[in-house]
Design a binder for this molecule. Sequence first.
Ligand code: NAG
Ligand code: NAG
Ligand code: NAG
Ligand code: NAG
Ligand code: NAG
Ligand code: NAG
Ligand code: NAG
Ligand code: NAG
Length: 497
Amino acid sequence: MGRFQIRALCFCVLLLVFKTCIADEQHKDRIYPGFQASQVDWGDHVGLFLLSNNSAFALGFYQALDVKLYLLVIIHLGTDKVVWTANRGKLISKSAKFVFDKNGSAYLRGSDSVAWSTNTTGQVASAMELQDSGNLVLLGDKGSILWQSFSHPTDTLLPGQEFLQGMQLKSFRNSNNVFHYLEIQSGDLVLYTGYEPPQIYWSLAVDSRMSNNNVIGNIHSLSLASNALNFYDANKSLLWQFVFSDNKDPNAFWSAALGADAVISFYDLQKGKSVTSEATKIPQNSCSTPEPCAPYFVCYFDNWCQCPSLLTSRFNCRPQALPTCNSSRSSTELLYVGEKLDYFALQFTKPSLLKSNLSSCKEACISNCSCLVLFFESSSGHCYMFDRVGSFERSGANSTGYISYMKILSDGGINAGQGKGNRSKHILLIMVILIATIVVIAGLVYMGFLYYRRKRLLDYSQEILEEDNGKEASSSSGLTNYNSDRLLSDIQLSGPR
Ligand SMILES: *[C@@H]1O[C@H](CO)[C@@H](O)[C@H](O)[C@H]1NC(C)=O
Ligand SMILES: *[C@@H]1O[C@H](CO)[C@@H](O)[C@H](O)[C@H]1NC(C)=O
Ligand SMILES: *[C@@H]1O[C@H](CO)[C@@H](O)[C@H](O)[C@H]1NC(C)=O
Ligand SMILES: *[C@@H]1O[C@H](CO)[C@@H](O)[C@H](O)[C@H]1NC(C)=O
Ligand SMILES: *[C@@H]1O[C@H](CO)[C@@H](O)[C@H](O)[C@H]1NC(C)=O
Ligand SMILES: *[C@@H]1O[C@H](CO)[C@@H](O)[C@H](O)[C@H]1NC(C)=O
Ligand SMILES: *[C@@H]1O[C@H](CO)[C@@H](O)[C@H](O)[C@H]1NC(C)=O
Ligand SMILES: *[C@@H]1O[C@H](CO)[C@@H](O)[C@H](O)[C@H]1NC(C)=O
């Protein structure tokens, strides 16, 4: 009996050890329908539950800036760089589950909603594989591909990943809450900023490194191949190569990432944790990006930022409020920003007026309530209007540049249109406080005076008492009482005055 119990106990312990061993081991290469995981289950492996066969990449939960929230990511372990993210914008909690269900779909189930899904329900999925390339693939029957992360990029491209028309790289938001995007548009590759409406800041067709526009034909796809970005047409014939590094090492493992700084940078992931980006970037000059500086600052020498002097004296490039279409025309004015300026979107934007002069350009902006900033080129007469701008740029050496004005509220944007009414209210309030203070001080001075007089009277009566030698004590106390009563009534009188 006892022996049986011990044996059963041993078996239980063994089973327990075995089970935890199984639960602890990260899956390699593939997971199968029925698999579930949450960050809590895989805390011992910092949330990572699936490794690629060569252990270069891992799939798992990644802590967001808000430490209670998580993202499902593919991470490159050698560099700790996240190369793909499932649920950007819909973060999940510690207990949310990654589910690879038997109905052919993989998804992230938050507490009350689905944060992300491969949207393949109803198809026959046999396995999910994290390939050595960093591609997460949902495999169907006989090795067909139902879904793959390479077709749903976030902000990073990896070797072998084909970036096609209709796909998008989207950066993480910058400090002003602005996103940047890479897309193939009408046969050209463009970078644009997520203003409303979007403003293009780079296109392959205008990049001078394209060595005199030798790209003939429309771009249909691009991919990383060794130390270059290759551009292909619809027939997959190579149109052009953009070489971003001299390093031709066949072991290099390149990635291209669109950063929150709006720039595409190239990294050799083989270099490990100390990896830095290549000097060659897209675009090359950081002043030609939307917000290398805060809005209205002028960017020059690649990363110097300066607020134009008139804006410095008015509000140091940080207007508290800008005119809207609700502001009356008379409450707005145009403020001179400067000349020999440039703006990243000008070469991609159609002028609002083609043959204007400065005064007609200014008049057009004043009478268009959505115009906040104008650029005028005197040599061509082109007039551009924008409802939102990022940083300005110092114009190039060979360019005459643009003259720029910005629309502001006449009172400097301090009280968004209702300045006058508020100002007189302020003055009234200050007057009331001032009078009240004077009254209180006067009251205190008067009280001090009364106290001084009373003290003198007391001293005087003390002297009399001492002279009388205690004979008439009752009359002296009467005197004191009389005085303290006077004092009280004086305080009451001076109070409300
Ligand atoms: C995984 O790697 C091992 C060697 O590390 C290799 O033998 C095996 O074929 C690989 N499996 C797959 C599916 O690539
Ligand atoms: C699969 O789909 C069927 C019907 O659409 C549903 O009833 C079932 O719960 C699903 N199974 C899983 C594991 O999601
Ligand atoms: C799945 O479908 C939903 C709704 O149609 C969509 O919002 C989501 O982006 C899709 N997910 C993927 C990975 O395509
Ligand atoms: C692709 O190839 C076909 C036939 O070879 C040709 O007719 C077509 O013009 C080509 N398209 C492009 C975009 O080059
Ligand atoms: C303009 O005024 C309307 C109604 O007064 C208000 O609903 C709207 O939000 C205002 N728009 C802006 C940009 O202030
Ligand atoms: C500017 O152009 C307007 C009309 O386009 C014209 O009436 C005006 O005279 C011009 N002003 C100057 C200074 O040329
Ligand atoms: C008004 O200004 C906006 C930009 O602020 C511009 O896009 C639009 O074309 C202008 N409208 C007219 C009629 O010029
Ligand atoms: C300016 O123009 C000169 C000749 O016209 C040219 O040699 C020089 O490279 C140009 N500089 C820039 C910055 O474009």
